[in-house]
Design a protein around this ligand. Structure first.
Ligand code: F6P
Length: 547
């Protein structure tokens, strides 16, 4: 298939890639201590600021030459052209023959973005308006349950992109949420997830939002069926379904088969990937929590970052810089993971959200041309909010044997100011980045009067890279900007690696095999057990235990 990527040279034969290889050999041992002392302006120079986000990338193991070559790599990889292809609705998701247009979900009313000759922006706003109308009715109490009581509880049922975005956004924006509404999120097919979510809820006051792009996902459909049984066991009348269930999906046929009136369905389109869908109707639970106005501010934030990504020169482009640094550490330093460490309690689910965004997008070993890559692709993303992580795994980042680039995220203001807490929080995040970069030498340790034998244990080599992202305060608008920042960083990485960041074939095999095993666990008669001996044994043991 002809693609922009197919026309560019293979990654490892690009000039900039080869130059980066040579350059890496020259600077691999350069210490951040020396880079900083040789260049007093570095900490101010290697920064970028746009749309209310400040990025300090000076504590990375880069020189001006590294950055020049990385930008050249982006150019040689056709990043500009590929970005335009995405924003103009070309079918860059070649394995599914789909456009990739999450950017259309936050395009302002009146914008034009065409897919197959049709402007999709009016459809986006039509759904947003219906969502707003519904959200207002639920939030005001005008939408009543079957017995006339107002809705007090909202349970989102979904998994993957139909869960992680909603739950992350709910937690991130809790400060802005309507506090007399309770929100729960059910994703796992493990019945405990559902049971615990509804244990203290009154069915008469509960609304289920069944969120599934395909409306066929095993976990979501199993949970949705259990939710229906739970509701009907309390309210008995089938008509209650219309008052207590709404659906968010691209699949109207399956929605009505399930028994939900399509009048209570909020749609989106096949050009929205699951992990890129939190700003589509999949964000209905978010809108119910924070209200339509805040939801629109979230979308405006996304859009501002989209525009920055599309138009800013690569040297000053936040997502491009982040994406290129990831490529630098992954492919040249051999870093296997990247930590995302938000110093903001409300962002506690942000690392989990990013795991799907980054790893489902770029965890691939096949190029757009169908060849096996001969370089590493997505690192493993992980993280926890600060300062908790400091008292758990930071030891390994500081003194372990692996290089773990870190993204710190901090805010100038707390949404819950309390005494000296925020100064302490921020002192910690700045201190961590400083300690990682500069460490502590044996001389410094000795000068503190440390016993000779203890010195090696107390030395910090330093030279551990990090980015520091700082914004004023966590608002819906800033959350949109942060998410879009990582979306476009992931896109930048995918373009360099020449992979399709928008399919997820790697999740299919496990799903298929599970479908095959389900009846083997449930059937009365002994199954054929045509698996390998380990799987057969596990099935037999489970059947026996089940009785
Ligand atoms: O299994 C992976 C996946 O397809 C994700 O990409 C997606 O976000 C999730 O499942 C849920 O899919 P759906 O929204 O169709 O239920």
């Amino acid at each position: 298939m002809a693609t922009a990527a197919a026309e560019t040279k293979s990654l490892t034969s690009r000039k900039a890639w080869q130059a980066l290889g040579n350059h890496f050999r020259e600077i691999r041992d350069a210490h951040l201590r020396n880079l900083f002392s040789a260049d007093p302006g570095r900490g101010e120079r290697l920064t970028a600021e746009a749309v209310g986000l400040f990025l300090d990338y000076s504590k990375n193991r880069v020189t001006d030459e590294t950055l020049r070559l990385l930008v050249q790599l982006a150019e040689e990889s056709g990043l500009k052209e590929r970005t335009e292809a995405m924003f103009t609705g070309q079918k860059i998701n070649i394995t599914e023959n789909r456009a990739v247009l999450h950017v259309a979900l936050r395009a302002p009313r009146g914008a034009t973005i065409e897919v197959d000759g049709e402007n999709v922006v009016p459809k986006v706003h039509e759904v947003l308006d219906r969502m707003a109308d519904f959200a207002n009715r639920v939030r005001s109490g005008a939408w009543k349950g079957q017995t006339g009581k107002r809705i007090r509880n909202v349970v989102n049922i979904g998994i993957g992109g139909s869960d992680l975005g909603p739950v992350m956004a709910y937690e991130a924006l809790k400060h802005y949420s309507q506090r007399d509404l309770t929100f729960r999120f059910v994703s796992n097919v493990d019945s405990t997830d559902f049971a615990e979510a509804v244990v203290d809820l009154d069915a008469e006051e509960t609304l289920f939002v069944v969120s599934s792009k395909t409306f066929t996902t095993l976990e979501t459909m199993t949970n949705a069926n259990s939710a229906r049984e739970w509701l009907l066991s309390k309210l008995t009348d089938e008509a209650a379904i219309a008052k207590h269930f709404v659906a968010v999906s691209t699949n109207a046929k399956e929605v009505s088969k399930f028994g939900i009136d399509t009048a209570n369905m909020f749609g989106f389109w096949d050009w929205v990937g699951g992990r890129y869908s939190m700003d589509s109707a999949i964000g209905l639970s978010t809108m119910l929590a924070i209200g339509p106005e805040n939801f629109r501010a979230l979308l405006d934030g996304f859009h501002a970052m989209d525009e920055h990504f599309r138009t800013a020169p690569f040297e000053k482009n936040l997502p491009v810089l982040l994406g290129l640094l990831t490529v630098w550490y992954t492919d040249f330093f051999g870093a296997e993971t990247e930590a995302v460490l938000p110093y903001e309690q409300y962002l506690k689910r942000f690392p989990a959200y990013l795991q799907q965004l980054t790893m489902e997008s770029n965890g691939k070993y096949i190029t757009l041309n169908g060849e096996h890559v001969d370089y590493a692709t997505s690192p493993i993303y992980w993280g926890e909010p600060g300062t908790n992580g400091q008292h758990s795994f930071y030891q390994l980042i500081h003194q372990g044997t692996r290089l773990i680039p870190c993204d710190f995220i901090a805010f100038n203001k707390s949404l819950n100011p309390l005494g000296r807490h925020h100064d302490m929080l921020i002192a910690n995040v700045f201190a961590q980045a400083e300690a990682l970069a500069f460490g502590k030498t044996a001389e410094q340790v000795k000068a503190e009067g440390t016993a000779e034998w203890l010195v090696p244990h107390r030395v910090f080599e330093g030279n551990r890279p990090s980015n520091m992202l700082v914004a004023e305060e966590l608002t819906p608008d800033i959350l949109g900007k942060l998410v879009a920042l990582y979306e476009h960083s992931v896109f930048t990485q995918g373009v360099i690696w020449n992979i399709n960041s928008f399919d997820q074939w790697g999740v299919e095999l496990g799903k298929q095999l599970a479908q095959r095993i389900v009846p083997e666990l449930e059937d009365a008669q002994e199954p054929s057990l045509g698996h390998d001996s380990s799987t057969n044994n596990l099935i037999r043991r489970y059947r026996k235990a089940k009785g």
